[in-house]
Design a binder for this molecule. Structure first.
Ligand code: IPE
Ligand code: IPE
Ligand code: MG
Length: 235
């Protein structure tokens, strides 16, 4: 597909693992394991087709409400993924960043996060943002606090604050806003994902559970995106 309009920045809300497992009479953890496999395949595919920025929603600030054993499964899967990425994907040119408050994680996970950010720092290919303990509201609150501190320090005046000063204090500072956000699992909601950045993002909700998501589903979403008319308030 030559010359198609590709989003520069693609967001994915990886949703539906639990329902996928339930349908099969499996524990929710099995859905997360299957979802993690799909995540790996989708990252590779996006990097191959030339997506510049991919942001995946992996764990929200609200997901701590889940039963302890499910949270533990997810934390272990994140560790497994990062260990795997550190040993097996050294040849891939993907730069990994994390969006969210990662300071609360256990030392092992924090170390893996720091390590993958360090080893991938100078890579020049796709930027992969993994939203982990991420909430759009928490991100805005954090940005406002950073700005308030700058005002208190006298380095910025309240009247000089504009959209770009706030954008520069988001986790995505320096990156373009997402052009397209895909939500599988059929839920028509944003669930606290990239609230600030998605003012003019195109949404594609798909009736497929994340563990069933394949490159052809991504291609379908990209086709829908390419056919959209984005006006940004103009005509
Ligand atoms: C997404 O799948 C994974 C996370 C939120 C971590 P869910 O676990 O939300 O799956 P459903 O929505 O219950 O099916
Ligand atoms: C959004 O999914 C968060 C992630 C995919 C990480 P949820 O399953 O947590 O969202 P709700 O609860 O259906 O809104
Ligand atoms: Mg869900």
């Amino acid at each position: 597909m030559a010359n198609r309009v590709l989003p520069r920045h693609l967001g994915i809300i990886m949703d539906g693992n639990g329902r996928w497992a339930k349908k099969r009479g499996l524990p929710r953890s099995a859905g997360h394991v299957a979802g993690a496999r799909v995540f790996k395949a989708v990252v590779r595919y996006c990097s191959k087709i030339g997506i510049e920025y991919l942001t995946v929603y992996a764990f929200s600030t609200e997901n701590w409400k889940r039963p302890h054993d499910e949270v533990l499964t997810l934390m272990n899967l994140f560790k497994e993924y990062l260990r795997d990425a550190l040993t097996n994907f050294l040849d891939e040119n993907v730069k990994v960043r994390f969006l969210g408050d990662t300071s609360v994680f256990d030392p092992q996970l924090k170390e893996l996060i720091a390590e993958i950010e360090r080893v991938s720092e100078n890579r020049t290919g796709m930027i992969l943002n993994i939203a982990l303990n991420y909430g759009g509201r928490a991100e805005i609150v954090r940005a406002v606090r950073l700005l308030a501190q700058d005002v208190a320090d006298g380095s910025i005046r309240p009247g000089d604050i504009d959209e770009s000063t706030l954008s520069a204090r988001m986790y995505t500072a320096g990156q373009p806003d997402p052009d397209l956000i895909i939500r599988p699992s059929g839920e028509n909601r944003i669930s606290n994902f990239m609230l600030w950045q998605s003012a003019y993002t195109e949404y594609v909700v798909m009736d497929i559970l994340w563990p069933d998501f394949r490159p052809q589903n991504l291609e379908r979403a990209l086709e829908i995106y390419a056919a959209r008319s984005r006006r940004f308030g103009g005509i």
